[in-house]
Design a protein around this ligand. Structure first.
Ligand code: UD1
Length: 363
């Protein structure tokens, strides 16, 4: 059985790494399964792409479609044009897509129109917020997927409500957490720790890249000032995505305790998260990683497609509401953060379960 695996943007890479390992292990045991890795080139910088392949020992892609950046329509269309050619030249039994980026949706559409079955890993997540491009990507992908792998029971319920046959939905856990577990003892202290004398649990780490948070300079500055004032003089490490960097470049001086860095390699970033007092973010995946690590997480979004991180994990949603943020910061600074528990099946064995299901399903 031939599976073409799609990866395009930063959050995809840690999700595909354990799936590739599990396919190789299964093939080594004599099962008839192989993969081909397609990188769409949605992310192309070493810091957003290459470093993840190097650190997570992901094999070099069989092809890089090199689509690069563009508007949503341009990028999606370019991925579809290039992937259609590639899939016609290299037919397979399944196209496996992960997550919710433009590459996920574009390649799922191409596959389905060429009558190739689609597997979606991380299916069924819903923020119910159609202003998020990722929500559109999730809905479209799930509408044409054949085999659904979910990180939570709630995601399966979302799919059933959308009319998906429950026999095609498999709650298997979280491949991003597989990667975290596999690399916990390889996490690497970044140079920034000694440069700024960062003490364990005496700093915050922040990531912001959603257009709604970072595209307007005035809004971003107000947000940074508010966060800075509430940090009780703690340093706030802020690895900056290229989109955010564009806005920061046009802004004046930033608060003193905010330390800007380039996007960080996975092993260094997760080291910083794991040793931090708290994380402030608008990312999806970081809500899950902090829940697994039981690190307090303040999410600057009004909704989340990962509600279990709030319901049972260590995550709190503050939207863009200064009062909610202040309340969360007070709770954090007084040491009264909820402890949280880890969702079911986030145990490091998700990719193995995925491969077992695929083999059973195609018998
Ligand atoms: C994409 C995903 C988002 C994910 C994020 C993680 C979609 C719709 N969005 O958003 O879900 O959370 O990745 O980073 O797929 N750029 C570079 N170097 C690169 C790639 C991009 O400088 O290697 C710059 C370009 O100016 C580009 C901008 O970043 O226009 C945005 O990149 P894009 O891939 O369109 O979306 P992200 O904001 O990264």
């Amino acid at each position: 059985m031939k599976i073409t695996i799609i990866a395009g943007a930063r959050p995809n890479f840690m999700k595909i790494a354990p799936i590739i390992s599990a396919i190789k292990m299964s093939a080594d045991k004599g099962n008839n399964i192989s993969y081909r890795l397609v990188h769409t080139g949605q992310h192309y910088d070493q810091k957003l792409s290459g470093s993840f392949f190097d650190e997570l020992n992901i094999p070099k892609p069989d092809v890089n479609l090199e689509v690069g950046s563009g508007s949503h329509a341009q990028q999606t269309a370019q991925i579809m044009i290039e992937f259609e050619k590639d899939l016609m030249e290299n037919p397979c039994d399944y196209v496996l897509v992960v997550g919710d980026v433009n590459s996920t949706m574009a390649c799922a559409i191409v596959a389905k129109k060429l009558h190739t079955k689609v597997i979606h890993v991380e299916a069924g997540l819903r923020s119910f917020d159609l202003t998020m491009p990722e929500e559109i990507n999730r809905m479209v992908t799930d509408a044409i997927t054949d085999l659904f792998f979910t990180t939570s029971k709630g995601a399966g319920i979302n799919l059933e409500k959308a009319g998906i046959n429950p026999d095609c939905i498999f709650h298997v856990g979280n491949t991003m957490i597989d990667t975290l577990i596999n690399n916990l003892d390889r996490l690497r202290k970044p140079a920034i720790n000694s440069q700024y004398s960062l003490d364990q649990e005496e700093y915050w780490i922040m990531t912001l890249h959603r257009p709604s948070n970072v595209d307007e300079a005035q809004k971003l500055l107000e947000l940074l000032n508010l966060i800075s004032k509430n940090a009780n003089d703690k340093p706030i490490i802020f690895p900056v995505h290229p989109r955010t960097a564009n806005t920061l470049n046009s802004m004046g001086v930033l608060p003193d305790n905010i330390i800007i860095t380039d996007p960080m390699p996975y092993l260094e970033f997760m080291y910083l998260v794991n040793s931090s007092a708290a994380v402030i973010t608008d990312s999806g995946g970081i809500q899950e990683e902090t829940t697994f690590l039981k690190i307090p997480c303040i999410t600057l979004r009004e909704n989340t497609e990962r509600p279990e991180t709030v319901e049972i994990g260590s995550n709190v949603l503050c939207g863009f509401d200064p009062e909610l943020m202040k309340k969360a910061f007070e709770q954090l600074n007084s040491g009264n953060w909820k402890s949280g528990t880890v969702p079911d099946l986030w145990d490091g064995k998700t990719a193995e379960r995925i491969v077992e299901v695929i083999l059973d399903y195609s018998d």
